[in-house]
Design a protein around this ligand. Structure first.
Ligand code: FES
Length: 148
C-alpha cells in the first residue's frame, strides 16, 4: 500500500494552525513584534534579546533562565510596574518594557559622633601605646635590649 505524501489536501485539513494576532511591545524604546499569547520574555527571546538586566552582585547579564517564574532572573519594569517576571506576564499590544539594573543596597553607615565629648569618652586602652614586640630591637627579651 502506498501512502500519498498529503493524505488530506492542506486546503481540506480541519486542523489549521491559527496564524494568531500580531502585537507589538517596546523594550527600552525599541519596538518588537510578537503574537498574542506569548509572554513578554517570549517576545524578547524571539527578537534575539538574550539578556535584559544585570545581576545586582556580580553585574553578570541576566535574562530568562528558568522560564517558569522561579529564578526571578527575567525581571523588568512593565507599564511602570517594577520587578515583573517577564516569563510569567503575557504580552499585550502596546506594553512598555523598561529594563532594570539595580545595584545592591549599601549597608547602613555607623552614626558619626555627635560631639567632641563623645569622642573624648573613648576607652583609654585605645590610645595606649603598643607593647614592644618580643623580637623587636627594644625587647627586654633580646640580648643587648634596653631591658626597661
Ligand atoms: S526566567 Fe526565571 S522567573 Fe522568569
Amino acid at each position: 500500500m502506498t501512502v500519498p505524501p498529503f493524505p488530506v489536501p492542506p486546503s481540506q485539513d480541519p486542523i489549521r494552525p491559527d496564524p494568531g494576532t500580531s502585537i507589538r511591545i517596546s523594550v527600552d524604546e525599541t519596538e518588537y513584534p510578537g503574537r498574542a499569547g506569548q509572554t513578554i520574555a517570549g517576545v524578547m527571546l524571539a527578537a534575539g534579546l538574550l539578556s535584559w538586566r544585570y545581576s545586582s552582585g556580580s553585574g553578570a547579564p541576566r535574562g530568562a533562565f528558568c522560564g517558569i517564574g522561579v529564578c526571578f532572573d527575567c525581571l523588568a519594569t512593565v507599564n511602570g510596574q517594577r520587578d515583573v517576571r517577564t516569563c510569567q506576564r503575557r504580552a499585550v499590544d502596546g506594553d512598555v518594557v523598561v529594563t532594570q539594573h539595580d545595584p545592591l543596597p549599601r549597608p547602613p553607615r555607623a552614626p558619626a559622633p555627635e560631639s567632641a565629648a563623645e569622642s573624648a569618652s573613648e576607652p583609654a586602652h585605645r590610645s595606649a601605646p603598643e607593647p614592644p614586640h618580643p623580637s623587636g630591637p627594644d625587647s627586654p627579651l633580646r640580648e643587648g635590649g634596653s631591658g626597661a
